[in-house]
Design a protein around this ligand. Sequence first.
Ligand code: MG
Length: 157
Amino acid sequence: MRAGIGLDSHRLEPGRRLVLGGVEIESEVGLAGHSDADVLTHAVMDALLGAAGLDDIGRHFPDGDPRYRDADSVELLRVVAGLVAEAGFEPVNVDATVACEAPKLDPHREAMRARLADALGLEEGAVNVKFTTGERMGFVGRREGIAALAIASVREA
Ligand code: MG
C-alpha cells in the first residue's frame, strides 16, 4: 500500500466557468487556468501520481501545451489512472478537501464523488470529498481563489 498527496490552487475570475470534481457549478466567477482549472481534480491527479511515484501533473500535462487548453480535467484524470495502472498500481481510495468561501458546494458533493470515482474505476464510497471555507481569511476567505488538498492510496495491481 502506498499513499500520495496533492495540493492545488487557482484564481477566481469573472467570465470563467467554475468546474470542481468534473461538475460545473453556477457561479458569477470561475477558476482561471490553462485547462478548465478544476482544482479538485488536479489535486486528486497529483495525489495519485505521487502514490505511484510518477512525479507530478506539470510533468505529464505541461501548462503551455496547446493540447491542454480548456481541457476537461476529468479526462486528464483518466489518463493519470492509465499511467498508474501502467506503473503496476491500482487506486484504493481518495480523500480530498476543497477550501472555498462561496458558492456553497455541498449540493454538488455526490455528483463530484460520482465523476471522480467513475474516472478512477472506484466505488463512490472510495472517493470522499469534503468542503471547508477560509473563515474570511487569506486568499480563500477573500474569494480570490479556491484551493484543494487530496490524498490517494494505491496498491500493487
Ligand atoms: Mg491546477
